[in-house]
Design a protein around this ligand. Structure first.
Ligand code: ZN
Ligand code: ZN
Length: 175
């Protein structure tokens, strides 16, 4: 039984975003969440050719630095994340593991040349964080369009779903 979710801002610019989402996670997962400060060197994940950060390297660093032998840890960042087979990812997680990461980088309207809406960006980050943490609870993608575990390729997909799990997914988490 997972007792806590640790939310780790991976650098100073992500601290505000981490504080916003840590308040929302306990109600959704029905377990406590708290901010932790971990010594993660983002430079190690930087790929100069892509000018992006390798999310798998960040997950490995999070696991190494995670505060205890129990609980989940999600890193929050502003940098652009990628996995080798995709141009970018909003986040990544270990399926049925402990670590997840989510980025604000592509969640802001300003990234797409649209008017600034910080509340919308934080709503998107909340959904992305819940989604990635859902994977750490061994959840796969869900067919239900409104479920947070529905797969999102674009921010418009994120906007279509709720920050919460459908009944079937939530039951799986509570198992
Ligand atoms: Zn996913
Ligand atoms: Zn679902």
């Amino acid at each position: 039984m997972t007792s806590i979710i640790h939310v780790a801002p991976l650098h100073k610019p992500a601290e505000g975003a981490a504080r916003r989402i840590v308040r929302r996670l306990p109600e959704i997962f029905q377990i406590p969440a708290e901010i932790v400060t971990l010594d993660i060197d983002l430079k190690k994940a930087f790929n100069p050719a892509r000018r992006q950060y390798h999310s798998g390297t960040i997950l490995a660093a999070l696991l190494e630095r995670a505060p205890a032998t129990h609980g989940k840890v999600i890193g929050v960042t502003e940098v652009d994340l990628y996995i080798p087979v995709l141009t970018f990812v909003f986040g990544e997680a270990q399926l049925d593991g402990r670590a997840a990461v989510a980025s604000m980088h592509r969640l802001r309207n300003s990234f797409y040349g649209l008017p600034k809406d910080e509340d919308l960006a934080f709503d998107r980050l909340e959904k992305e964080a819940v989604h990635e943490l859902g994977h750490t609870f061994n959840l796969r993608h869900c067919e239900n369009y409104s479920c947070v575990m529905h797969s999102s390729t674009y921010v418009e997909d994120i906007d279509l779903k709720y920050p919460t799990f459908c009944r079937a997914c939530f039951a799986e988490i509570k198992r």
